[in-house]
Design a protein around this ligand. Structure first.
Ligand SMILES: [Zn+2]
Length: 296
């Protein structure tokens, strides 16, 4: 159920069917190499969340496509010189304020559980920070990833799953299986505009992938800034320094719309399972209300 398609009188019934759960996507607008559009994270995330929300029969809040943590805006002052057109970088304070007011409004309408699905890696820490400061509300804010790049969508695991259940993956051609085999051996070489991300855009918006641009820029690390891994030093500067083309990974050669279909199916089924679990589970609401009572 899409929030914006409901009539006013539909809401009470929709909230009940949804088990009080409202879901939304948080993507971003930023460059994804030269083969994918700048809205990659928002548009693919939105479509996956939309299909999963339909499947689990829960309400989906309208997209906030431009709201997402893409780092410092002043780094992109001269887009034509830096090949950084299309980024929208809202300040952290504003993003936190907008998120809080949105969630308050969703809750004011009667929802008790809000799940924000991060479809951009940079939003994970933003959402962690945001949800830490929402514990005094009388509704629960939660977040999860809109798709699982690290495990489920790893070509090695997709290939293994396809061998176990060929019927589920009947869209894959012999050629697709060979491509998956190749990426299973080498890995995808990254996580931004790489094979997995290209596959998901093929799955959600096949017309927006430009296969003739797969090799237009390098997605290899420039190794400009690397700390000894044993020190666990963390800074976003390493990403900016090492991947100046906003692409990390091997070229997506061999990626096809049918591989995209498989990636989309896996992602929608995973997310629908998460939505169904949360729609039938009120533990988070009980806990947040208990905490509030103890404070009073
Ligand atoms: Zn992305």
């Amino acid at each position: 159920m899409k929030w914006e398609y409901l009539r006013e009188e539909d809401f009470e019934g929709a909230i009940e069917r949804s088990g009080g759960l409202c879901v939304m996507t948080l993507g971003c607008l930023e460059k994804h190499g030269q083969h994918l559009p700048v809205g990659t994270d928002s548009i693919k995330g939105d479509r996956i969340v939309e299909l999963a929300a339909e499947k689990a029969d829960v309400v989906m809040f309208p997209t906030t496509m431009w709201l997402g943590d893409v780092g410092p805006a002043d780094a992109y002052k001269n887009p034509s010189k830096t090949r950084k057109h299309g980024f929208i970088a809202i300040s952290c304070q504003t993003m936190l304020t907008v998120l809080e007011e949105l969630c308050d409004q969703i809750a004011r309408n009667g929802f008790t559980k809000i799940l924000i699905c991060a479809s951009h890696g940079g939003n994970t820490s933003l959402l962690g920070l945001f949800s830490r400061f929402q514990s005094s509300k009388d509704y629960a804010v939660m977040s999860c990833k809109a798709y699982d790049f690290t495990n489920q969508l790893d070509p090695k695991n997709v290939l293994e799953a396809a061998k176990k259940d060929p019927e589920y993956f009947s869209m894959l051609t012999e050629e697709d299986l060979k491509t998956l085999e190749r990426f299973a051996q080498t890995g995808t070489g990254g996580g931004h505009a790489d094979f997995k991300e290209t596959a998901l855009v093929y799955g959600t918006h096949p017309d927006l992938v430009a296969p003739d641009r797969f090799e237009a820029e390098s997605g290899s690390s420039a190794n400009r800034l690397n700390f000894p891994p044993q020190y666990g030093i963390s800074t976003l500067l390493t990403w900016f320094a090492n991947f100046p083309n906003d692409f990390s990974g091997y070229p997506s050669i061999g990626c096809t719309p049918t591989i995209g279909e498989a990636y989309l199916k896996l992602s929608v089924d995973r997310l629908a399972e998460i939505f169904t679990y949360l729609k039938n589970n009120d533990d988070c609401v009980d806990v947040i209300r208990e905490l509030k009572q103890k404070r009073q």
